[in-house]
Design a protein around this ligand. Structure first.
Ligand code: ATP
Length: 290
């Protein structure tokens, strides 16, 4: 095998709580992660030289060591003494700096692809261990599905698959730095923490509506305050028939969940013609088949 084509799926957060800030500056989180059908396309090919070359459709994305795919490939090359070079074609569709783990999922997929391309026989656990060296969300992006993520994002507990629904993603024309949002998060007695255990209970009971009713993201207190458009998108989502909507990760992407597929489609077109979203996607939840 000289080449491998892969899909790097995005995630949304069905719940996101920050429990505390640790002495080392990291934030301890409790997040319910969910993979969705939206993905970047990655093609990895062996070359006859020793370098890692990245080609991407987004001119503003770094293609050097600042790209997480580059980091993932060089990490594997170094760890396993691979001399041969790799050419990567990265077709980005996942919005960048949008709270959907675009970079992390590309890195996770690059690790998975290198394992296959060079017959390294690494287990999923091995890949997740390597992934953690690249970023807190990378191990989850290797695991995928409906998962409780704790610690700094590295303690993962798979949950039963979230009930079937349509997912509408609306990303306004602003970008959010994850670091900025966490640095500006103020946790005090007034902070409203989402009931993560409650959501998990309803996911286990397959009760879509009650689970959605408890959705919450503590990071909205920072991003939505700065960008009221996030609140406006959520209001429109409900008007168009979403059973719930929330900002994903540190934002600014907002997702809405729909149990009525026709309403979801109509909402998709309404957002397409509105000026609220720069990028709009209609997709499904994605569950890996183990
Ligand atoms: P998260 O949800 O994990 O916080 P995000 O969606 O907010 O992630 P990314 O799309 O991963 O953010 O991008 C964050 C930064 O990482 C961008 O500024 C981008 O330049 C850089 N980056 C490096 N590699 C990639 C990649 N392969 N895809 C997207 N961004 C990348």
């Amino acid at each position: 095998m000289n080449s491998i084509k892969l899909k790097a799926h995005a995630k949304i957060n069905l719940g996101l709580d920050v429990v505390r800030k640790r002495e080392d500056g990291y934030h301890e989180v409790r997040m319910i992660m969910q993979t969705i059908g939206l993905y970047d396309k990655l093609t990895l090919s062996r070359t006859n030289n020793s370098s890692v070359i990245i080609n991407t459709n987004l001119h503003y994305l770094p293609t050097d060591e600042n790209n997480l795919v580059y980091k993932a490939i060089t990490l594997i090359k170094k760890e396993y003494g691979i001399k041969q070079g790799v050419y990567v074609n990265l077709e980005k569709k996942i919005p960048v700096a949008a709270g959907m783990a675009g970079g992390s999922t590309d890195a996770a997929t690059a690790l998975y692809g290198m394992n296959r391309l060079f017959h390294l026989n690494l287990s999923k656990g091995d890949l997740m261990g390597l992934g953690l060296r690249l970023g807190a969300d990378v191990p989850y992006c290797i695991m995928r599905g409906t998962v409780l993520s704790e610690g700094i994002g590295e303690v993962l507990t798979p949950l039963p698959p979230f009930p079937v629904c349509r997912v509408l993603i609306v990303k306004p024309g602003i970008s959010m730095s994850t670091r900025y949002v966490y640095e500006n998060l103020k946790l005090d007695a007034q902070t409203k923490h989402p009931d993560i255990d409650g959501i998990i209970g309803y996911i286990k009971n397959k009760d879509l509506h009650r689970a959605v009713g408890l959705f919450g993201n503590v990071l909205e207190t920072v991003t939505e305050k700065e960008y009221p458009i996030i609140g406006e998108i959520k209001v429109k989502m409900s008007e168009y028939g979403a059973i719930g909507s929330l900002m994903s990760g540190s934002g600014p992407s907002v997702f809405g969940l729909f149990d009525d597929f026709k309403k979801a489609e109509k909402a998709f077109y309404q957002f397409k013609i509105s000026n609220l979203g720069k990028q709009v996607f209609l997709t499904n939840l994605y569950h890996p088949c183990y």
